[in-house]
Design a protein around this ligand. Structure first.
Ligand SMILES: [Mn+2]
Length: 335
């Protein structure tokens, strides 16, 4: 560690050791939006993580369970335009997205998703074709708007931009606040499967539908990115997030999604993010909930690694070269 910032779980870190898991704080907030505090979220989450119990029931031992964790200094950019900032973020993330380390990004607005996916194109399991990738999105919102307030890179458009980048399959869980335009996109784009909160939570036949969702996640094949917008949880658990919404997932629903996905026999979760974290002032609940999710994700990754799931993902090509700087966003996402 070469910074004075809090480390993940409050663990002491050896900056010289090659990490197995890297935590990447992305304090990103669109300058045109209301200051909702998501720029401070990652640090608040790291601070709160010091209070999370490191004992992981999946492993029967304490994290880091013999592995090396590293908390990177937060991403920052002084680029003048939004698109240049997104290019900077992709460049920051790319070295951690080549299969030898498990990257967990902490956001920041959901607008971090497109640069994350752009960076994943160099992963040996992707080999330049995001059509191989399944994105699992836990979210109260569909994030499928073509734009919001004339901004195509708004957090409300994160999933739409992910599809523009060529993602092969998008599974949404917990959606309960979406627009007509987004419903049309869900109906028309065969790559999208949306599990609405209303359908998977009681009382609308929720339990049977929830079981179907879990079965679907268990049968996912190939590389997966998990993007967890904390507003997918019920708003009572994350009151400080930008747009808390009632009627969402319980903590245990979220844990089951995470554990199912990481242990899915034909899939490998190659990366993850927890986003829309904001610092709650009157109570640490929002940042602590986010830290609990981040810890569960890392614990489930370590368990998957032990089960041989991770090796499979990383074994595509040996010694992947990180390509020269490219300008995915300033050149347009189809480039
Ligand atoms: Mn979102």
């Amino acid at each position: 560690m070469e910074h004075d910032l809090p480390t993940f779980l409050g663990l002491s870190e050896d900056g010289d050791a090659a990490p197995d898991v890297v935590i990447l704080p992305l304090p990103y907030e669109l300058t045109t939006s209301y200051g909702q505090g998501t720029a401070e979220g990652p640090i608040a989450c790291l601070e709160a993580s010091a209070q999370v119990e490191v004992y992981e029931t999946l492993l029967g031992e304490d994290l880091p369970a013999g592995l090396t964790f590293r908390t990177e200094a937060p991403w920052s950019s002084d680029a003048g335009s939004l698109l240049e900032q997104l290019d900077d973020m992709e460049a920051f993330l790319r070295p951690w997205c080549v299969g030898d380390v498990f990257p967990l990004a902490l956001g920041g607005e959901h607008g971090i998703l497109p640069p994350l996916l752009a960076a994943l194109r160099d992963h040996p399991a992707i080999e330049g074709d995001l059509g191989r990738l399944t994105v699992v999105q836990i979210d109260a919102h569909a994030d499928l708007r073509s734009q919001l307030d004339d901004e195509p890179y708004s957090h409300a458009s994160a999933a739409a931009r992910a599809l523009d980048l060529g993602v092969g399959c998008l599974i949404q869980v917990g959606v309960r606040a979406h627009s007509f335009e987004e419903q049309q996109r869900i109906n028309e784009d065969a790559r999208i499967t949306t599990w609405f909160a209303r359908d998977v939570m009681a009382p609308y036949g929720g339990e049977a539908n929830w079981d179907s969702l879990i079965q679907m996640l268990n049968s996912v094949e190939g590389p997966v990115h998990l993007t967890f917008d904390i507003d997918g949880l019920d708003g009572t658990l994350v009151p400080a997030t930008g747009t808390p919404v009632p009627g969402g997932l319980t903590f245990w629903h979220a844990v089951q999604v995470i554990e199912t996905l990481f242990s899915a026999p034909k899939a490998t979760v190659i990366s993850a993010d927890v986003n829309e974290i904001a610092r709650q002032e009157d109570s640490p609940l929002t940042q602590f909930t986010a830290a609990m999710l981040a810890t569960k994700i890392v614990g489930a990754h370590v368990a998957a690694r032990r089960a041989g799931q991770w090796k499979k993902a990383a074994s595509g090509r040996a010694g992947v070269r990180v390509p020269m700087f490219r300008r995915t966003f300033t050149n347009g996402p189809s480039n």
